[in-house]
Design a protein around this ligand. Structure first.
Ligand code: GDP
Ligand code: MG
Length: 179
């Protein structure tokens, strides 16, 4: 459908993390308000558009999904190019998915090489908080986030939607403030 709102700028948010942490489910449920229970691994880059209301100001964001590419550990540089925020996703039941975010974070910064690496905004998301087997300590995540210039951290669930809006609202706000 035709977007009647003409935004001054589209803010680009890239969502990264290991395969099966729930990135696609999260992005799709946030954009379309629906939840799918299958692990989709279509190869390619996928993106959704969303208008986000930040205290009455509507901004337009473009959320990029790796759509299966993460399995090859080589994301096309054009997926990262001109990003305004990067959302790092781990699965609260999978310690490896948290440990590997260090690699995703480093690779991303290396690829975009911003003038000031300390200023580029990230948001940290622990997904699947609806499951009752937490294997990643929130305290450990908080320490990592603190060490990396105070990245905001959310424990969310794409399945029951808890804190999904909050996390993307902060990501959108940070994306708008960057630039
Ligand atoms: P991706 O590879 O990171 O894009 O992960 P997917 O979005 O394909 O999700 C992988 C699997 O995790 C699927 O079976 C999803 O239904 C499931 N999943 C995603 N988010 C959640 C969540 O918040 N809670 C639960 N319990 N399962 C989830
Ligand atoms: Mg996916």
């Amino acid at each position: 459908s035709v977007n009647k709102i003409m935004p001054d700028r589209i803010h680009k948010i890239v969502v990264l993390g290991d395969s099966c942490v729930g990135k696609t489910t999260l992005i799709q449920s946030y954009a379309n308000e629906r939840y799918t229970s299958s692990c989709q691994a279509t190869i390619g880059v996928d993106l959704v558009m969303k208008n986000v209301n930040l205290n009455g100001r509507i901004i337009s964001v473009q959320i990029w999904d790796t759509a299966g590419m993460e399995r090859f550990q080589s994301i096309a540089a054009n997926m990262y190019r001109d990003s305004d925020c990067c959302v790092l996703v781990y699965d609260v039941t999978s310690p490896d998915s948290f440990t590997n975010l260090d690699m995703w974070h480093t690779d991303f910064l290396k690829s975009i090489s911003p003038i000031d690496t300390t200023r580029f905004p990230f948001v940290m998301i622990g997904n699947k908080a609806d499951l009752n087997d937490y294997n990643v300590s929130a305290e450990e995540v908080r320490q990592w986030c603190k060490l990396n210039n105070n990245i905001p951290h959310f424990e969310i669930s794409a399945k029951d939607s808890r804190h999904v809006e909050d996390a993307f609202r902060i990501a959108s706000k940070l994306a708008m403030d960057y630039a």
